[in-house]
Design a protein around this ligand. Structure first.
Ligand code: FAD
Ligand code: NAP
Ligand code: SF4
Length: 677
């Protein structure tokens, strides 16, 4: 008997059936837009199909040029384009999978001057003002969706997903927030719905009865003037009547100021909304957002919140997610930790997406991990993310690997990261590596600080130095006082702090320490979902349009000052898609962020600083404690000794370059090095 009977149950759709209840949600990985990249995209999907996922949904393809998200983005408008997609559909089918093409019209989210929407309007997150579509153009756009779907069928797809959520064009038509029209496409909720309903109706006509049509519907807009629950239910019923096969869940417009997928969002935080819709329709519904492990997915289905679950980023992290769950090997799953660092942050920087914990994602044809022809003896020093990636990848390729770690546990700095409220998922990466070390047969030596002499004597074919970083000390007068602490001592619990704290350095770790010091209440993977929803002002959409109400921010137990010398915005270097969440959380807790600081001294009064460069203003921050988060220096004391002994040595991760180090670079560098050894 499987531990996940609901998750692994097939779903009969009448004309076809899905082997299980897992949908790989749509992700734009950056390989969709150039014909030359479609082979790489096919390889990416093929691995996920082979891993057993029930249905793959592609990244968004536009039904016409106006609908492009970016200039020259991927579209599905001609027979030539459809023919090129054969490579994708064949690759998926050859590996036993099913795939649906997502049709996405960006509307006013387009990053180009052709953009058009229901009314003339500009979104708060894009630079272009969209013009209003004429009534004829709206009709033509409906035709374009239907034609794209017909072409998708011609290309061999098993279905399409019509993107009606996240604030894209269809969602824009649905709300008075954007749609101010007075013609047959606006003016009343019914007329505003017409665009969505006509698209589904015409799509079904164009593709025939035996083709999957998923409609991705915004169940919570999380913006002012969003849809009411009555309007959402009425739309769902009409979408069903118009011929949709499945309804997928969308949560929050992209411009919403409520986080919906970052790691601090509790697991399955929004599945209750899908559960609220499910009894209103008779077609299957799909839950989404922050579902990353089989237990969570199974609970959603067992509770009756949904018929299927959609996960997107977890399939970047692990192509074999479903197979591992089915084989009762969920402890082997490489879990998506919700960091966005290599996926969404890349997309926003117009780079090809990948995954922090799996650098092969979307690079399957580039980062080959073929078995080695000559097995070598390799010593890896340091079991932080870089060393773990290098050791396990090298061992997987057939090398005999031994890993030396000075601490009693593996993980390096990730052991601190997982203690930050909202970053508990990072523990999953250490669970994954612990298991992978066992499976790949790496011999692990804990509590073993390796020396250069010992390594030289070991006659290793290669030594990999992954010894990481040490916190940078600062030269502020008074920094040696007992109330000045390193971030490591604070996060590990070695230092206990008073109610007033200055944090020196506002990089990622300064923000994390401020979060750690100001957090109230329970946290952890099983954190209180309702408290989190209340903190961000999310409520039952039946009680408030868009599901928004005033946030209930708990009072911080500490007064915290977060300081930096630069005059740029504090937190400017944080992740594109997650930095705003950290800034807004700390602002709500009254953390004072001060930039343009010059540190004078630390004494009994507190921290003496001046602020501003032209006419520096002196200020004394009366605090009980100071935490130093001033970056790191590489730890590579073994390098000179190894080089002098003629050892073949490779330096990776923080030991290589500490500046702008993160786990994405550490893991990527470890895996890439191991692929070449
Ligand atoms: P380290 O993690 O420093 O590991 C080096 C290891 O080598 C250590 O375990 C050490 O004990 C061992 N070692 C050193 N010398 C020896 C020796 N002679 N013999 C044996 N063992 C030795 N990164 C992100 O990408 N995203 C985040 O959100 C994020 N959040 C963070 C939050 C916090 C609070 C902290 C502290 C860090 C965070 N980081 C984050 C940074 C990330 O953890 C580091 O970039 C990453 O751990 C660096 O990996 P590494 O393997 O190079 O070094
Ligand atoms: P960091 O990002 O380099 O920040 C260091 C901070 O200390 C800066 O604000 C810097 O700004 C200040 N500083 C540097 N030298 C100083 C000195 N001598 N005296 C006083 N202040 C000094 O490093 P970090 O915060 O330690 O983070 C380490 C790495 O972990 C980062 O590269 C980051 O990518 C990663 N990380 C990522 C996340 C994430 O959410 N993605 C979270 C945590 C950590 P000023 O010089 O302007 O004062
Ligand atoms: Fe998940 Fe981070 Fe990988 Fe993106 S980069 S898929 S959020 S683990």
């Amino acid at each position: 008997m499987s531990r996940y009977p609901n998750l692994l149950a097939p779903l009969d759709l009448g004309f076809t059936s899905l082997p299980n209840r897992v949908v790989m949600g749509s992700m734009h990985v950056g390989l969709e837009d150039r014909p030359k990249n479609l082979s790489r995209l096919a390889a990416f999907y093929a691995e996920r199909a082979a891993g057993g996922v029930g249905l793959i949904v592609t990244g968004g393809f536009a039904p016409n040029r106006t609908g492009w998200l970016l200039p020259l983005a991927g579209k599905m408008t001609t027979k030539g384009e459809a023919a090129r997609h054969r490579e994708i559909t064949d690759a998926v089918h050859d590996n036993g999978g099913r795939v649906a093409l997502q049709i996405l019209h960006a509307g006013r989210y387009a990053y180009h001057p052709l953009s058009a929407s229901a009314s003339k309007s500009k979104s708060p997150i894009t630079p272009f003002t969209a013009r209003a579509m004429s009534s004829r153009e709206v009709g033509r756009t409906v035709d374009d969706f239907a034609r794209s779907a017909a072409l998708a069928r011609e290309a061999g797809y098993d279905g399409v997903e019509i993107m009606g959520s996240e604030g894209y064009l269809i969602n824009q038509f649905l709300t008075a927030r954007v749609n101010q029209r007075r013609d047959e496409w606006g003016g009343t909720p019914e007329k505003r719905r017409r665009f969505a309903v006509e698209i589904v109706r015409r799509t079904r006509e164009a593709v025939g009865p035996d083709f999957i049509v998923v409609y991705r519907m915004s169940l919570l807009d999380l913006v002012e003037d969003g849809q009411s629950w009555d309007e959402t239910v009425a739309l769902a019923k009409q979408i069903e009547a118009a011929g949709a096969t499945l309804i997928n869940t969308g949560i929050g417009w992209h411009e919403a100021r409520v986080p919906t997928i970052v790691t601090s969002v509790p697991r399955a935080a929004f599945s209750w909304v899908t559960g609220k819709l499910r009894p209103e329709v008779s077609i299957p519904v799909i839950a989404s957002n922050r579902i990353n492990m089989p237990e969570t997915a199974e609970e959603i289905l067992a509770r009756g919140d949904a018929d299927l679950v959609s996960m997107a980023r977890p399939f970047l992290a692990d192509a074999d997610w479903v197979r591992k769950a089915a084989d009762d090997r969920s402890d082997e799953i490489n879990t998506c930790i919700g960091c966005n660092q290599a996926c969404l942050d890349h997309t926003f920087q117009h780079k090809i997406a990948s995954c922090l914990v799996n650098p092969r994602a979307a690079h399957e044809t580039v980062l080959s991990l073929a078995p080695t022809r000559r097995s070598k003896r390799i010593a890896v020093v340091g079991a932080g993310p870089a060393g773990l990636a290098a050791a396990t990848t090298a061992a997987e390729r057939g090398h005999a690997v031994e890993l030396f770690e000075a601490d009693a546990e593996i993980g390096g700095q990730f052991r601190l990261a997982r203690r930050i409220p909202g970053k508990e998922e990072f523990a999953e990466t250490l669970r994954y590596f612990t298991r992978r070390l066992e499976l790949t047969g790496v011999k692990v030596h804990l509590n073993h600080r390796a020396s250069a002499a010992e390594l030289a004597e070991g006659r290793w074919d290669d030594v990999v130095l992954a010894t990481g970083v040490t916190p940078r000390s600062v030269s502020i007068p008074g920094a040696e006082r007992a109330n000045v602490h390193s971030y490591a001592d604070v996060i590990s619990g070695a230092a206990e702090l008073g109610p007033r704290v200055a944090v020196v350095g506002a990089g990622g770790i300064g923000f994390d320490v401020s979060e750690f010091l100001t957090h109230v209440g329970a946290h952890g993977i099983a954190q209180d979902r309702d408290a989190w929803l209340a903190e961000w002002g999310v409520t039952d959409p039946a009680t408030a349009r868009g599901g928004l109400r005033a946030p209930e921010r708990p009072e911080s137990p500490r007064r915290v000052y977060l300081l930096q010398r630069k005059s740029t915005k504090v937190g400017a270097g944080l992740g594109k898609t997650s930095g705003w969440v950290h800034r807004s959380t700390l602002q709500a807790r009254g953390v004072e962020m001060i930039r343009g600081v010059a540190y004078q001294q630390i004494d009994d009064e507190g921290v003496h600083i001046t602020v501003g460069s032209r006419t520096p203003r002196p200020r004394v921050l009366e605090v009980d404690d100071v935490v130093i988060c001033a970056g790191q220096e590489p730890q590579r004391e073994l390098l000179a000794g190894l080089a002098a002994a003629g050892v073949s040595v490779h330096v990776i991760g923080g030991a290589d370059v500490a500046a702008e180090l993160d786990a994405k670079r550490a893991i990527d560098q470890g895996a890439r090095l191991a692929a070449t050894l």
